[in-house]
Design a protein around this ligand. Structure first.
Ligand code: KG4
Ligand code: ZN
Length: 350
């Protein structure tokens, strides 16, 4: 089954053709990063206008690269939330028009469920449930227990900033570029992660995993601590600014990743997962991947650790939407021939 996926929830206009939820025939992403770098973050009105300009050429290119035409497509899957309302509407209206004119099923996909499905793409290996997945991106931070496709339980989420947002805000404090995650990761390569101790919001003692109950996250206190520390360090006379930035970036990355990795591993243990997955923009972070992998190695754990097969599946993309759409359609193929789908900014699943 060939699904055309469409994603416009934030700052990437993306279209993709995926076969049977796993084989990616094309995945075109028009990123707005350069545009939003000018303002240091996404301006919703600017983002939605850019989607309007890009959406048709991006879909054309996705079909072309997949070597197919619209009549070869079996269904259209589109992100209907959560996201920026004006941005979502561009993708949803385009998908509705395509589905109506071609008489195709139209599958609304939750953006976070899209991220959860990104680990299925571009390989043939068998994935075994139950899975505990950490979604860490600019807008979302959730730990989810997946018992089967579309059988989710949210174990925890952020109480304030998402991890990607914390990276973006931290980078701004340190005078680094947007998006902040890759910029902090790069600066941290030359820094000492133990020079500064920044707070970790465990939200509950993590010393005894048996008593561990709280899988929520909080990063706003960490951001404030960085703001204070950076102001203090930068004001010191004769300070080596480049070295300080590198050490602050490394210490900040360490504080974020330690919490993410620890909570993911504890949740996997508590819910007896067979696999752990790391998805969303922050899953591109090499230090975070290494932390998780080395913790598993140290415990000689048989847990299978996966993250998306390539970097374009970590950040927002339409291939993951097509994959999630395929699994949703497979559960009940009859209910997708009505075209009045609801666009939602709410942070909910399904
Ligand atoms: O999933 P995504 O493209 O968009 C949302 O759904 O929010 O994630 C974007 C986020 C940004 O906050 C960016 O700073 C972060 O992912 N990110 C990273 C890395 N690459 C992207 N964070 C840490 N390390 C990276 N290498
Ligand atoms: Zn996303």
């Amino acid at each position: 089954m060939l699904i055309l996926g469409i994603e416009t929830s934030c700052d990437e206009t993306s279209a993709s053709v995926v076969e049977n939820g796993r084989r990616v025939l094309s995945n075109i992403i028009a990123s707005q990063i350069d545009l939003h770098a000018l303002t240091g973050g996404v301006v919703p009105e600017v983002a939605s206008r850019e989607h309007v300009v890009k959406i048709i050429p991006v879909i054309d290119e996705a079909l072309k690269q997949a070597g197919c035409v619209l009549t070869d497509i079996d269904a259209v899957a589109v992100t209907h939330g959560p996201g920026l309302i004006g941005c979502l509407l561009v993708g949803v209206h385009t998908a509705q028009i395509l589905a109506i004119t071609q008489n195709l099923p139209l599958i609304p996909v939750n953006h976070i469920v899209g991220h959860l499905s990104s680990t299925w793409l571009a390989h043939e290996e068998r994935i075994r449930f139950p899975i505990v997945t950490l979604t860490a991106s600019g807008g979302h931070n959730e730990l989810v227990l997946i018992r089967n496709h579309y059988d989710f339980e949210v174990l925890g989420e952020t109480l304030d900033d998402a991890a990607g947002e914390a990276y973006d805000k931290g980078a701004r404090i340190l005078g680094l570029s947007y998006p902040g995650g890759p910029a902090i990761a790069k600066a941290a390569l030359h820094g000492n992660p133990h020079r500064y101790h920044l707070p970790r919001a465990w939200l509950e003692t993590h010393k005894n995993p048996k008593n561990w109950k709280n899988f929520n996250f909080s990063f706003s206190g960490l951001k404030t601590a960085l703001l204070r520390l950076a102001a203090q360090e930068f004001s010191r006379e004769k300070s080596d600014r480049e070295k300080i930035v590198a050490d602050l970036a490394a210490s900040y990355q360490e504080a974020i990743n330690e919490v993410l990795a620890t909570k993911l591993l504890l949740a996997a243990q508590k819910f007896q997962a067979r696999e752990i997955h790391l998805v969303g923009g922050v899953s591109a972070n090499q230090d975070l991947r290494q932390k998780i992998q080395s913790a598993l190695n140290m415990r000689r754990s048989s847990l299978r650790f996966r993250f998306p097969q390539n970097l374009t599946f970590c950040t927002d993309n339409a291939a993951m939407i097509a994959a999630a759409g395929f699994f949703k359609y497979s559960l009940n193929s009859r209910k997708f021939h009505h075209y009045d789908i609801e666009v939602s900014t709410e942070n909910s699943h399904c």
